[in-house]
Design a protein around this ligand. Structure first.
Ligand code: ACO
Length: 345
């Protein structure tokens, strides 16, 4: 599915992200699982991941990131809140209305989108659609997950990969010529491969890693090409690809397929692991804070997740006001707002 270019365009005008303060290095997992630092580093690219404290909810993380994004946008009215998550706090209701309420947005449309690690791109597409059809002028889009809850704590294959975090952007109605305007969206799914990554009711995550790996590389390569082409760009025009952070070897293989070298690929999986729907906005926040992403850069966001699902879009990076208190932390890759996350801990 691709989006038509009709109605007002959606312009990215605010950005926020939070990570829980507790970093869990590979060494800590090695004490509990039959694994080793070298295996995890070389097979996944992950050195450490952030794990939220037991009492911290997806809503807590989402609300902290969303608050930053709204502050950075300078916008006071939000017409809708779209939350991408695989780990809602309840089977019902959705988590988005609680996040909206935490921001004082009662009366505002708010709902969750479930597309696992492609969730943030699906949520962007949904928000852009609300803007294009003039149902909303401003939409808060959040990706938040506590993915560390899903694996069996004793499973060495999945537990090292998944982690927690949240990121958010604000989209507003604007003009197609403005920096920050989202390009055409490409979304897809293939439910015949559902069993490659599944969490059964009441159970733990089951993953067929090698098959998933191959699909991730093929789908992310194809969808990136398609989104770039629909934007009227060539792959050589793209300054930064911001892929879902599932595995650094997946990102590298996509880079090889598309001839996009490492210096044009945004990567923070080393320090955050796979944070599900939070992965892309967390990577955007890190890259924006450390100067990897600069105003005017031509950017492609690309994602793949369970379902299977995939999606991509493009934008020219805008000159964003940094979130009031957002700052890079001591490790590269960790955009961390101590004040706010401590408040929700
Ligand atoms: N430590 C040590 N050994 C391990 C570990 C571990 N943590 N995990 C698996 N192994 C072993 C396996 O048991 C296997 O041993 P065997 O050969 O004796 O049977 C060996 O390592 C190789 O296992 P593979 O699964 O073939 O390893 P692979 O190189 O494929 O890496 C991995 C596994 C990292 C999971 C990889 O397949 C992958 O990243 N797949 C994609 C995962 C992914 O993208 N997930 C998310 C996408 S969707 C979303 O983000 C929600």
């Amino acid at each position: 599915m691709t989006s038509p270019q009709a109605g007002p365009a959606a312009v990215l005008c605010g950005l926020g992200a939070v990570l829980p303060p507790r970093a869990v290095p590979n060494a800590e997992l090695c004490a509990e699982l039959d694994t080793n630092d070298d295996w995890i580093r070389t097979r996944t690219g992950i050195l450490e991941r952030r794990i939220a404290a037991p009492g911290v909810s997806t809503e807590d993380l989402a609300a902290a990131a969303a608050t930053q994004a709204v502050e950075s946008s300078g916008i006071s009215d939000v017409d809708a809140v779209v939350l991408a998550t695989t780990t809602p706090d309840h089977l019902m209701p959705a988590t988005a209305p609680s996040v909206a309420a935490r921001l004082g947005l009662t009366g505002t449309a708010a709902f969750d989108v479930a597309a696992v690690c492609t969730g943030f791109v699906y949520a962007l597409a949904t928000a852009a659609g609300l803007i294009a059809t003039r149902m909303a002028r401003t939409v808060l889009v959040v990706g938040a997950d506590r993915m560390s809850r899903l694996p069996d704590p004793g499973d060495r294959t999945t537990r090292p990969l998944f982690a927690d975090g949240a990121g958010a952007v604000v989209l507003r109605a604007g003009d197609t010529a403005e920096p920050g305007v989202l390009g055409p969206m490409v979304l897809g799914s293939d439910g015949t491969h559902r069993d490659l990554l599944v969490v059964p009711h009441g159970g733990h995550m089951q993953m067929q890693g090698p098959d998933l790996f191959r699909h991730a590389v093929d789908r992310m390569s194809a969808v990136t090409r398609q989104a770039v082409q629909l934007a009227g760009w060539c792959l050589t025009d793209v300054d930064r690809v911001v892929p879902h952070q599932a595995n650094s070897r997946i990102t590298a293989a996509v880079g090889r397929h598309l001839e996009i070298a490492a210096d044009r690929r945004v990567q923070n999986i080393e320090y955050v692991g796979n944070t599900g729907a939070a992965s892309i906005p967390l990577a955007l926040a890190q890259a924006s804070a450390d100067g990897t992403l600069r105003p005017g850069h031509r950017v492609c966001l690309t994602a793949f997740g369970a379902g299977l699902t995939w999606g991509a879009t493009t934008l020219t990076w805008p000159d964003l006001k940094p979130g009031r208190t957002a700052r890079p932390r001591d490790v590269p890759g960790a955009v961390f707002d101590a004040e706010r996350v401590d408040k929700v801990m």
